[in-house]
Design a protein around this ligand. Structure first.
Ligand SMILES: Nc1ncnc2c1ncn2[C@@H]1O[C@H](COP(=O)(O)OP(=O)(O)OP(=O)(O)O)[C@@H](O)[C@H]1O
Ligand SMILES: [Mg+2]
Length: 277
């Protein structure tokens, strides 16, 4: 069998939680130059590509494989592709954000539809870890004024982190809360949580924290993309410690005028650059 890339369970053990006042290894607050970034990105991309090659090579000899082996190998391909796609997507978005040229398609979008699209992408990784995603939604669908593709990308990054940094078999909760003016979406896990003080830098580009340092893979780009994309749409983001100790990442976005899904698709506006909040 081939080695597998994409959230290797063995490198995703939760980090021991620090007692208040205890000292931790200093988190890496990265400020790399362009060639370091390029070298890291190439390394991160080469690894899943090598795993894809190796898996395809084993699959090419399918006459000797059992259906169960083939199913397992196809699962590996799916997970490596999910990981690779999200990394390339984040690198592309990061480059676009840097030049300030980010097209936005703002319209009335269903919060639940964005969540379902993100869950579908992340599913192979969650299944592999024996985890479960629970969605807590209000009785009526909540409609956001935003860009559905970008909201989905935000959710993929938050879910990927929740999956990566929480234990096997744990539950990840997504909740949607509608307020008068805006909508709050929250992704809560039961991992180690964000260490004290880390909330100040983990949304910066190329910044990784203790949980991230515990595993090899990762560029420290995911949360930066989350913040960029949400602020671009006039919203805000943050993180809190969940009551049971995990991390609870949230974002808010404006509610669509009228708040009904019937409006979806009829008020499209394409804008470039940073949208006015
Ligand atoms: N759910 C979480 N629980 C605990 N720590 C988290 C969680 N999400 C993010 N972090 C911390 O924040 C850091 C930054 O996260 P971010 O998603 O930006 O980068 P990454 O996951 O390290 O790499 P990348 O997303 O580029 O693959 C992580 O390295 C980790 O230390
Ligand atoms: Mg991440």
């Amino acid at each position: 069998m081939t080695t597998e890339y994409a959230p290797p369970a063995s490198t995703f053990f939760p980090q021991p939680r620090l007692a208040r006042g205890a000292t931790a290894r200093a988190p890496r607050v990265a400020d790399p130059n362009a060639s370091t970034i390029m070298a890291t990105a190439c390394h991160e991309i080469r690894t899943p590509v090598a795993a894809l090659h190796a898996t395809v090579e084993v699959l090419s000899d399918h006459a000797t494989l059992s259906p169960a082996d083939i199913g397992e190998l196809v699962g590996r391909l799916q997970r490596s592709l999910t990981w690779l796609e999200s990394m390339v997507e984040n690198l592309t978005t990061s480059a676009m954000a840097e030049t300030g040229d980010m097209p936005l398609l703002l319209r009335a979008v269903s919060a639940v539809e964005c969540i379902e699209a993100a869950v579908m992408v992340i599913e192979p990784l969650v299944v592999r870890r024996g985890q479960r995603i629970d969605l807590i939604e209000p009785a009526d669908d909540v409609v956001i004024h935003g860009d559905s593709g970008k909201i989905t990308q935000v959710l993929i990054n938050l879910l990927m982190n929740a999956c990566s940094y929480s234990p096997d078999g744990s539950v990840i909760e997504i909740s949607v809360g509608a307020r008068e003016e805006d909508v709050e979406v929250r992704v809560t896990d039961s991992g180690p949580g964000v260490a004290s003080g880390e909330h100040l830098h983990i949304f910066n580009r190329y910044s990784r924290g203790r949980a991230g340092a515990g595993r090899a893979a990762g560029l420290g780009l995911g949360l930066h993309i989350v913040k960029e994309l949400i602020e671009l749409q006039g919203g805000s983001v943050g993180v809190e410690r969940a009551p049971e100790g995990g991390a609870s990442f949230w974002f808010t976005l404006q509610r669509a005028p009228g708040g009904s899904q019937a409006a979806a698709g009829h008020d499209g506006v394409t804008s470039k650059g940073r949208a006015a909040a």
